[in-house]
Design a binder for this molecule. Structure first.
Ligand code: HEM
Length: 241
């Protein structure tokens, strides 16, 4: 079977993204090692089964988060496939001990504002990320207020231009991805970042808190999810420990 085209699903518009976040019940850790040993194999089996349609990324939150242990990020062109994958995931021996603490859905879209930016800013937006590993992943759910949506496009464009001006210095160290979530859950946007530089990420957030757009954030975080990008093997190592 041919694996889904990862590059394409992670860059195309019209792709659904699901963030499914889980906490592991304490009872899991009381199982003997033998009962937990197959966790990697089972998770790999689920991801492979759906691998033709769904691109799955795994994150370890345990040890960094007080409310969640692991996160799945799924991409495909059909949300029902994410449902099937998560159902199979929940049916694994680890899955039976998981509490699904958050699920967010969004869709990727062409840029709304970038085409209206000044040429200088458009050029600055093309700064590629520095090469090298970006081990931390951060998810920030966002909901705007009614005032934001009621503004004319030109007023929003001006504010988003300011957003881009203060954020372009971070393009080298912070990779980002935006999902539009209105109607798919209680959010308007899911923002996702990868970085090796949490100090930069902190300063980036401060920069965005200081601009006019921030007056229109009805929800920013709650929760902010911080974890590390990991493989099935990494997860297995932690949960079979
Ligand atoms: C949208 C740049 C970081 C939240 C945008 C857009 C640009 C941009 C250019 C407009 C996209 C469009 O044309 O539709 C950046 C850059 C960042 C960064 C260069 C740093 C490397 C962040 C952070 C957050 C954030 C840290 C919040 C945690 C958003 C949201 C939107 C957005 C919610 C959608 C706004 C809307 O369509 O109303 N960003 N951003 N961005 N960004 Fe950022």
């Amino acid at each position: 079977a041919q694996a889904a085209d990862r590059e394409k699903l992670l860059s195309d518009p019209g792709v659904f993204g699901t963030f499914a976040v889980f906490a592991v019940d304490d009872a899991w850790w009381r199982l003997d090692r033998e009962a937990r040993a197959k966790v990697g194999e089972e998770i790999k089996g689920v991801l492979d089964k759906h691998g033709e349609q769904v691109v799955a990324d795994l994150y370890l939150l345990r040890g960094l988060s007080d409310r969640a242990d692991l996160m799945l990020r799924l991409h495909s062109t059909d949300l029902a496939r994410h449902q099937h994958l998560v159902l199979d995931f929940l049916a694994t021996s680890l899955g039976r001990y998981l509490h699904n603490v958050y699920t967010f859905h969004g869709i990727t879209k062409p840029a709304n504002y970038v085409p209206g930016f000044s040429d200088d800013l458009k050029a600055a937006m093309k700064t590629p990320p520095d090469p090298g590993p970006k081990p931390y992943a951060i998810v920030v759910p966002i909901r705007k207020d009614a005032d934001w949506w009621n503004q004319p496009q030109a007023a929003r464009l001006e504010m988003m231009q300011e957003h881009a001006q203060v954020t372009t210095p971070y393009l080298k160290t912070v990779k980002r991805k935006l999902y539009h979530a209105s109607g798919l859950d209680d959010l308007d946007f899911i923002t996702y970042f990868e970085t090796a530089r949490l100090d930069d990420f902190h300063n980036l957030i401060l920069a965005l808190e200081r601009i006019k757009e921030n007056r229109h954030n009805r929800r920013f975080g709650h929760p902010i999810l911080l974890g590390t990008v990991c493989t099935v093997g990494d997860l297995a190592e932690v949960f079979a420990r």
